[in-house]
Design a protein around this ligand. Structure first.
Ligand SMILES: Cc1cc2nc3c(=O)[nH]c(=O)nc-3n(C[C@H](O)[C@H](O)[C@H](O)COP(=O)(O)OP(=O)(O)OC[C@H]3O[C@@H](n4cnc5c(N)ncnc54)[C@H](O)[C@@H]3O)c2cc1C
Length: 462
């Protein structure tokens, strides 16, 4: 229970304005982007610095109050939902880009910085922060660290975990610690940064971040490559890698997703009659190299059954393609507000088998299943749409379909989630992917960080 006395302590610490308790004010913090999920906190706290967070955590420990950290609420596995009540700790006031350090090729930021804003800021200085979740205009760097967010560019550039050089964190026991720094190497002690990344706000609250930057590539071209059917498109992915060219991205989009996009954006899409598209990006520092690479990729795809190769090399054409790609989630949501959103990963060479399986699963169950996403790194978003499936059948049918899908993913050498995390929506499937010994070890790590289990309880393993 968060009593009035405790609320008063928080108000004394933060000021009345930054402690929300009215039902209407709590509504935005009771949801994230997870389909059909909601949980209300007793209060929302909006601190502005790590010292305040440390004091909040000490009070929370004293009264055993659950604390759920929150970035900007775009998560799709329910990680920011306060399912045990208590406090939502919003990092929305941590919005400073503290430094862009060209000498050390790093940036120092607060966790509430919007990912897309950081990318723009560093690009103005000729630098590059590659992780690019499709939600980049609305998600935060802190949320990205907590989920180890990826994005299309992961094929060539990796995910958030590959860019974190240092962190300042507040432990669930209230101590503040700094890890790493503006340094390339660090094997002093355990890799605690590695444990925090992807821990979904269950082990620590991230209050400052040092991120590695790269030089900004001078040129970039995107290819939209339509195929007659999804099998040609999926088998072309491996053929692209056989050329030894590593594209920035290889996104896979099927016809069902294109149809949803056309309805949502109210505009046509190039080659919209094709069975599937690949969206392949290439970057580099000379036009000649890029031209050579896209000609090679184009040829390989045409030999693999592509209908055509559309080259987007102007800002307008590129923007049109990426706007469409980034709208896929919303387009499907317009078709069916309720859906199961899986985020599975398999070895890239098994993508054709996975897509075959998904098609069979859709036929078998009669459910509309739309796969799309980062096929070039083996990470496919599999969306199972409720559409007009009767309420009485939806839970059972979708559960069975998800379980079959995840078992097949494991059989193919894959795992449950590539970037969306486990949160509340996938925790029951954890034993499919992790052994008892591994789960027990993870629980002991949680216990070591958070002996009173106050930080984001009920998530991942609980
Ligand atoms: C349209 C759409 C497209 C998306 N595309 C992608 C994509 O391409 N790739 C991808 O990886 N994800 C994608 N996502 C998912 C989502 O945007 C990411 O998971 C993102 O990293 C969440 O950031 P957030 O700031 O919204 O975090 P929130 O949703 O607020 O929180 C997510 C988790 O992080 C924890 N957390 C947040 N901040 C902190 C902090 N400072 N310290 C400790 N824990 C914290 C929370 O407790 C929670 O568990 C997409 C979502 C949508 C809606």
């Amino acid at each position: 229970m968060v009593t009035n006395d405790i609320i008063q302590k928080f108000k004394n610490l933060l000021g009345d304005k930054f402690v929300l308790t009215e039902k209407n004010d709590l509504i935005p913090y009771s949801k994230d982007e997870t389909s059909d999920a909601q949980a209300f906190p007793d209060a929302v706290l909006k601190p502005e610095n790590a010292q305040q967070i440390s004091q909040i955590i000490r009070i929370a420990n004293e009264y055993l109050i659950p604390v759920t950290p929150r970035g900007l609420g775009t998560g799709v596995s329910g990680g920011a939902l306060p399912i045990k009540g208590g406090i939502v700790l919003s990092l929305e006031r941590f919005t400073r880009i503290i430094d862009i350090d060209k000498g050390n090729m790093v940036t120092v930021v607060e966790p509430g910085v919007i990912t897309g804003k950081l990318s723009e800021a560093v690009e103005k200085q000729g630098l590059f922060y590659p992780p690019d979740p499709a939600s980049l205009d609305s998600c935060s760097i802190g949320g990205n660290i907590a989920e180890s967010a990826g994005g299309p560019r992961a094929v060539k550039y990796g995910t958030t975990k590959d860019y974190v050089r240092g962190l300042e964190i507040v432990l669930p026991t209230g101590e503040m610690i700094t890890l790493g720094g503006r340094i390339h190497k660090d094997v002093t002690g355990y890799n605690i940064i590695g444990i925090i990344i992807g821990s979904e706000g269950t082990l620590a609250i991230v209050t400052k971040i040092i991120l590695k930057l790269l030089p900004l590539p001078k040129f970039r071209v995107d290819l939209l490559i339509p195929f007659q059917d999804f099998r040609n498109a999926s088998s072309a992915i491996n053929k692209i890698f056989e050329t030894s060219i590593i594209p920035v991205n290889i996104e896979f989009i099927e016809k069902k997703a294109i149809n949803a996009l056309k309805l949502y954006l109210e505009e046509d899409f190039p080659f919209s009659e094709a069975g599937a598209h690949l969206l392949v990006g290439i970057d580099g520092n000379t036009k000649e190299n890029i031209e050579k690479e896209y000609e090679t990729i184009g040829e390989v795809c045409l030999n693999a059954g592509a209908i055509d190769v559309f080259v987007a090399d102007t800002p307008q054409t590129k923007e049109r393609l990426w706007k469409a790609r980034r709208s896929l989630h919303d387009a499907l949501e317009k078709k069916s507000r309720i859906m199961e959103r899986e985020d599975v990963v398999v070895p890239v060479t098994n993508i054709p088998d996975l897509l075959d399986f998904i098609h069979r699963l859709s036929e078998e169950t009669g459910l509309e299943i739309v796969p799309f996403g980062h096929a070039g790194d083996g990470n496919v978003h599999v969306n199972i749409l409720k559409m007009d499936t009767p309420e009485s059948e939806w839970k059972r049918k979708s559960n069975e379909a998800v379980e079959k899908l995840l078992k097949e993913v494991i059989r193919l050498g894959g795992t449950l989630s590539g970037e969306h995390g486990i949160g509340i929506v996938k925790k029951k499937f954890i034993p499919l992917s992790m052994s008892k010994a591994e789960i027990d070890l993870a629980k002991r790590i949680k216990q070591a960080f958070d002996p009173n289990n106050i930080l984001n309880p009920g998530k991942i393993f609980q």
